[in-house]
Design a binder for this molecule. Structure first.
Ligand code: AMP
Ligand code: MG
Length: 497
């Protein structure tokens, strides 16, 4: 990009030089990468380090905790040959196209090679203003960065593809929101930060060479099998459709509501990204919306598959010039591929629901579907807690139906369903492996973040302990399994994080 490199005010101390950070994105896609530096952090203090993830990336956890390690984690000291960049992307935000978004408060520090030889982006969020900051201050507060840490690590433990949280470091700087809040930087790791919006950005430049380079980069990084097919760029699209169909089904199966499924928040890899106003369902409600800015319910729980498909249509549009020289033919091919989203989503969803219900393989499709539809109807009608229900049903499969029955007022309706379900011989052990006990419940997340913001990290540690081993029921953690008390009220999460 043409934006000039920010002046470095002080020479950078090269203390992180043993960390090997590649700069493939910066080198191969310079039109979409603005070399940039993090803002200084007056008093970096580690709030949380993901030691297991650090080790998996070949980073020494003890070094990460050292003053030099912290300087890497806030971006003020990077290896000499690294090229931190702010990435350019576009995006449809709530349906409206914005041609230039980009990392307004984030930096890609570079790529690491993990213990399996895979490339992983090391990325910072809250590291100061960049040329994409528009009106924003470039900063992030402790609460929202820890929120991303908790929810993304919980999602990972639930088996949902996601970016990972490596660390949250308080900067010692205050951030102005409704009030003055302590600032922080989140260090996160992803298989890449390529978004649907990255392709929209490249396409909007009109530079087909750039678009092709971006697509080749994505194929190489995420979907290498596409390279050897007759139509590599169509195959790339097909692979993204498949990854997203699987991802969204997994969200739905754990009751996750992303909250802001703009095209800039949808990855090419199929990982969940950008945890802002997200939340997990408590009472099952297909219309659930948590984001304070989503007044129309565009990103409600039940809309997520439809929105994903809509976003994929935007990706298809961006890829059209690569799919076929003839635009009509390109559209026909893209539409055919997009049409695979619904059946793939439906298959992933019903396979997942059958697993949650412990149903035997080979069960008649119609029987399975009716059981699923009927139980979801009962959950909705009775405002039953989604997560508690499926876990309690495991006990019912072992012969103790009381914990599940206690969740319903309409017992006649539930008992009738229970009898049908029990007659199929559900597998309790299998159910316990897919139905979590602990999810990051909204009231517990708020409690932990409030305490952390006030300086007490203990509730956060305990919450993380629960949600990072979600299937493993442990004494002493009952409060993390229980639904919110009535007086917690209607939950709202806020953007502008
Ligand atoms: P998000 O809602 O976090 O996905 O962000 C949408 C866009 O706004 C992205 O381009 C972000 O980089 C940018 N953005 C969000 N918060 C800030 C901030 N405090 N300062 C600068 N840019 C921001
Ligand atoms: Mg975003």
């Amino acid at each position: 990009m043409s934006t000039a490199r920010q002046e470095d005010t002080a020479p950078q101390e090269d203390t992180a030089s043993h960390v090997l950070l590649g700069n493939r994105f910066a080198r191969e896609l310079p039109e979409m990468a603005v070399p940039w530096r993090a803002e200084g952090a007056p008093g970096p203090r580690l709030l949380r380090l993901n030691e297991a993830l650090a080790a998996a990336l070949g980073l020494d956890p003890a070094w990460m905790r050292s003053p030099e390690g912290l300087r890497l984690l806030v971006g003020t000291s990077v290896p000499g040959d690294a090229t931190p960049v702010a990435q350019a992307y576009a995006g449809h935000q709530f349906g409206g196209f914005v041609p230039r978004l980009g990392d307004g408060r984030a930096l890609l520090l570079g790529e690491l090679v993990d213990g399996h030889g895979r490339l992983r982006d090391l990325h910072l969020k809250g590291s100061g203003r960049t040329p994409f900051a528009r009106g924003g201050d470039g900063l992030a507060a402790v609460g929202p960065m820890l929120r991303e840490y908790v929810v993304s690590e919980a999602m990972h433990a639930l088996g949902v593809p996601t970016t990972r949280a490596l660390a949250v470091v308080a900067t010692g700087r205050r951030v102005r929101r409704e009030t003055l809040l302590p600032g922080a930087v989140l260090a996160r790791v992803a298989s890449s930060h390529l978004r649907v919006g990255s392709f929209q950005y490249a396409a909007a430049t009109g530079d087909v060479g750039l678009l092709r380079r971006l697509a080749d980069f994505a194929i190489d990084r995420h979907h290498p099998a596409a390279a050897t097919t007759e139509r590599p760029y169509l195959s790339l699209f097909v692979a993204v459709v498949a990854a997203q169909a699987e991802l969204i089904a997994r969200w739905m199966l754990v009751g996750f509501v992303h909250g802001v499924m703009n095209t800039d928040n949808m990855t090419i890899s199929g990982e969940t990204i950008d945890y802002g106003p997200c939340a997990f369902l408590d009472a099952f409600d297909p219309a659930a919306v948590y984001s304070s800015i989503d007044s129309g319910g565009r990103y409600a729980y039940r809309n997520q598959p439809l929105v994903a498909e809509w976003n994929l249509a935007r990706l298809a549009e961006a890829l059209l010039p690569l799919i076929h020289d003839d635009q009509e033919q390109a559209i026909t091919l893209a539409v055919e591929s997009l049409d695979t989203f619904r059946p793939q989503y439906a298959d992933a969803w019903s396979a997942g629901m059958r697993a949650k219900l412990g149903l035997p393989a080979g069960l008649d499709d119609a029987v399975g579907s009716a059981l699923i539809d009927d139980v979801l109807g009962l959950l909705e009608q009775g405002h039953v807690d989604f997560t508690s229900f499926f876990r309690a049903l495991g006990a019912a499969a072992r012969g103790n139906a009381e914990p599940a029955r206690l969740l319903f007022l309409d017992l006649a309706g539930f008992d009738a369903w229970l009898e049908r379900w029990r007659s199929l011989g559900p597998d309790a052990g299998a159910m316990d492996r897919v139905n979590p006990v602990y999810i990051p419940r909204n009231h517990r997340v708020e409690e932990a973040l409030d305490a952390a913001t006030a300086g007490d990290l203990q509730p956060l540690e305990q919450l993380l302990d629960a949600v990072t081993a979600p299937y493993d029921e442990r004494p002493g953690l009952e409060r993390y399994a229980a639904p919110a008390p009535e007086d917690f009220g209607a939950y709202r999460t806020f953007c502008g994080t």
